[in-house]
Design a protein around this ligand. Structure first.
Ligand code: SAM
Length: 212
């Protein structure tokens, strides 16, 4: 279902947006995005834009998902920590590329809804936890990759500590529409930070994020 609109979405919002990683392109051609948005929005799921997913939250724009997935430089088999499960779409794309994903969502009802959907779709390599992701998920650390899908006031120390040697973390830092995506590599124990262009993200709410 929706095969043609999905192909058109990938053409317009992924390939034409400059994404070249064949694994990311193939993954986004496979994941049924229409099932990750609120039912009334199914028909709009492939039009781009941030659509509602319930609980006052939104699914990320396809270009943002493609861009961040490409920056993750996954080859398969990596252990990834995602902060901000939301609809589960980003996690599903990463799982399609072959990663094992540990993902945390602070809104319990949303986490439960997404866990059921991911199970129904057979994404058994994704574990969903309810909690404050700004402090990470120490139990399964270290992670080869960490992706934060909400904007933090600063880079949380806990997350840096849970990043494996040679690993990479993506985290938007800033406020409102002034978030700068930070690409953080851990090289020989040192932290190397590169800053990308400004993008818009919802706030990371929690102990190491913004107050509620
Ligand atoms: N990755 C999601 C997707 O593919 O649909 C999009 C995520 S949405 C833009 C950001 C999510 O981060 C929201 O669901 C929000 O509730 C969640 N969030 C915000 N602060 C959080 C925190 N401290 N821990 C876990 N989740 C958090």
């Amino acid at each position: 279902m929706y095969d043609r609109p999905r192909k058109q979405m990938v053409e317009k919002f992924v390939i034409q947006a400059g994404i070249q990683d064949p694994q990311v392109i193939a993954a986004m051609q496979r994941v049924p995005r229409h099932l990750f948005v609120s039912p009334a929005m199914n028909h709009q799921a492939y039009n781009g834009g941030s659509l509602p997913i319930g609980y006052g939250q939104t699914i990320s724009h396809p270009t943002t998902v493609a861009y961040m997935s490409q920056l993750m430089q996954i080859t398969g088999g990596e252990k990834i920590l995602e902060i901000g499960t939301g609809s589960g779409y980003q996690a599903a794309v990463l799982a399609e590329i072959g990663a094992k994903v540990y993902t945390i969502e602070r809104i319990a009802g949303l986490a439960d809804q997404t866990r059921s959907l991911l199970e129904k779709l057979g994404y058994y390599s994704i574990a969903v936890k309810i909690g404050d992701g700004s402090i990470g998920w120490n139990e399964f650390a270290p992670y080869q990759r960490i992706i934060v899908t909400a904007g933090a006031p600063a880079i949380p120390e806990n997350l840096l500590n849970q990043l494996a040697e040679g690993g990479r973390m993506l985290i938007p830092v800033g406020e409102g529409d002034q978030h700068y995506l930070q690409i953080i590599d851990k090289v020989d124990g040192d932290i190397v930070v590169k800053q990308e262009n400004s993008r818009n993200f919802v706030p990371l709410v929690g102990e190491k994020g913004w107050a509620e």
